[in-house]
Design a binder for this molecule. Structure first.
Ligand SMILES: Cc1ncc(COP(=O)(O)O)c(C=O)c1O
Length: 381
C-alpha cells in the first residue's frame, strides 16, 4: 500500500472536521467583529459565541454562564488549580491530585508548592486507577481542591469521577476534572455528577487548536488568571477567539454516539489482534474502563521511539507517550506510575483512533506493526 497515510495519534490532536472548518471560515473573513462592540459586526460575533456556548452547555448539562472560554486545556487546568488555590487560601492550602495527570496539572501543582501550598499526589494501581480509600485518607481539614482527570491521555484509563465528586461534596472540597480526552466520548454531566470545575478543549474532538473552556459551577470561589476588560463573566479577560469558539461549538454539535461505537469496535479489533498475533506484548491501562479510542502496548525488546519512526516511514502516525513530553528522553511518568520498569516504558507505543479511521486502516497498521516489531527485535539480537 504505497503512499498510504494512517493517522493513529488522535490523543495528541485530531484532524479538523470539514464542517468545523466551514463554520469557522466566515469568522476569519467577513465576520471579523469584536464581540464586545455594539455595532452589527460586534453583535454578529457575540451571537456566534453565545450560540457555541449554548451548544457546549447543553452537551455538558450546565448553565451557559458556567462556561468560561480559554485558550485550551492547559490554560483551563492552570486556571482551575491556581484560581481555586488563591481564592480559597483562607480556607486551607492543601490540594490532592494524582501521579498520572497531564503535565499542565502536575506543573501547576508544583508551582503552587513553591508558593506555600501542600500537594498530595495519589498513587494509582496497575491499571492507572486511583483508589477511593486513598483519596478519603488523604483528605484533610485544610484540603481545598481535588483534581483528578476523567480519562488519561496516555493509557486511556477512565476514573470514577462521579464517586470522586461525591467524596469531595460530602466534605465541602472543590472537585476539578480534566476531561480533555473524554469529552464527547464518555458520559459527562456537570449537574448530575455534581462537578465543580471541568476542563475541555476543542482540538481533541476535531475542533481547532488554541481553544478550550473551564466549566465553573455557579457559586465557586475562583480567581481569574488573566486580568483585563472583564470578558467571560469577569473570569478570563481578552478579546474572544471568535472563529475558534465557533469551531469548538460546531465540533461538539457534530460529535455523535455512533462515533464512539465505531472507535470502540476498531480499538477492540486492534487490541485483540495485536495481543494474539504478536509475541511478548502487553496492554497498558485498564482492560475495560478505558477510552473508546485508546490502545497502549509494551512490546518487549523493542525501542518505542524506533518503532514510532519505522511506522512513520510507512505512513502510520503513532506515539511513544504524550506528545507534549515526547521530546524528552525520560520514560513516561504515567507508565512508571502504573508500575512499568523504565525499559518497559521505553518499549511502549500508543495508538489512538478517531471517527475517521477505517477497518482497512487498522488492518494495515496491524500488519505493518507485526513486521516492524519483528524487524526491531531481529536488529536488537
Ligand atoms: C488530558 C489533557 N489535558 C490537557 C491537555 C492540554 O490541552 P491543550 O493542548 O488544549 O492546552 C491535553 C492535551 O494535550 C490533554 O490530553
Amino acid at each position: 500500500m504505497l503512499g498510504v497515510k494512517v493517522y493513529l495519534d488522535n490523543a495528541a490532536t485530531t484532524p479538523l472536521a470539514p464542517e468545523v472548518l466551514e463554520a469557522m471560515l466566515p469568522y476569519l473573513n467577513e465576520k471579523f467583529g469584536n464581540a464586545s462592540s455594539l455595532h452589527e459586526w460586534g453583535r454578529e460575533a457575540r451571537e456566534a459565541i453565545e450560540n457555541a456556548r449554548a451548544i457546549i452547555a447543553q452537551k455538558l448539562n450546565c448553565e451557559v454562564s458556567e462556561i468560561i472560554f480559554t485558550s485550551g486545556g492547559t490554560e483551563a487546568n492552570n486556571m482551575a488549580i491556581k484560581g481555586i488555590a488563591f481564592a480559597n487560601r483562607d480556607k486551607g492550602n492543601h490540594i490532592i491530585t494524582q501521579k498520572t495527570e497531564h503535565p499542565c496539572v502536575l506543573n501547576a501543582c508544583k508551582w503552587l508548592e513553591q508558593r506555600g501550598f501542600e500537594v498530595t499526589y495519589l498513587n494509582v494501581d496497575e491499571h492507572g486507577m486511583i483508589r477511593l480509600e486513598d483519596l478519603e485518607a488523604a483528605m484533610r481539614k485544610d484540603t481545598i481542591l481535588v483534581s483528578i482527570m476523567h480519562a488519561n491521555n496516555e493509557i486511556g484509563t477512565v476514573q470514577p469521577i462521579k464517586e470522586i465528586a461525591r467524596i469531595c461534596n460530602e466534605r465541602g472540597v472543590y472537585f476539578h476534572t480534566d476531561a480533555c480526552q473524554s469529552f464527547t466520548k464518555e458520559a459527562l454531566d456537570v449537574k448530575r455528577f455534581e462537578l465543580d470545575l471541568v476542563t475541555i478543549n476543542a482540538h481533541k474532538i476535531h475542533g481547532p487548536k488554541g481553544v478550550g473552556a473551564l466549566v465553573v459551577r455557579e457559586g465557586t470561589r475562583i480567581d481569574p488568571l488573566l486580568h483585563g476588560g472583564g470578558h467571560e463573566f469577569g473570569l478570563r479577560s481578552g478579546t474572544e477567539n471568535v472563529a475558534g469558539i465557533v469551531g469548538f461549538g460546531k465540533a461538539v454539535e457534530i460529535a455523535k454516539p455512533e462515533h464512539v461505537l465505531h472507535m470502540r469496535k476498531l480499538r477492540d479489533l486492534l487490541i485483540k489482534r495485536v495481543l494474539n498475533e504478536i509475541e511478548r506484548v502487553k496492554l497498558n491501562g485498564h482492560p475495560n474502563k478505558r477510552l473508546c479510542n485508546n490502545a497502549n502496548f509494551t512490546f518487549y525488546d523493542v525501542d518505542g521511539e524506533s518503532l514510532v519512526l519505522r511506522l512513520d516511514a510507512r505512513g502510520i502516525a503513532t506515539s511513544t507517550s504524550s506528545a507534549c513530553a515526547s521530546h524528552k528522553p525520560e520514560p513516561s511518568h504515567v507508565l512508571l506510575a502504573i508500575g512499568l520498569k523504565p525499559e518497559e516504558a521505553r518499549s511502549s507505543l500508543r495508538l489512538t483512533l478517531s471517527r475517521y479511521n477505517t477497518k482497512e486502516e487498522i488492518e494495515y497498521a496491524i500488519e505493518v506493526l507485526k513486521e516492524e516489531v519483528a524487524n526491531l527485535r531481529r536488529i536488537a539480537k
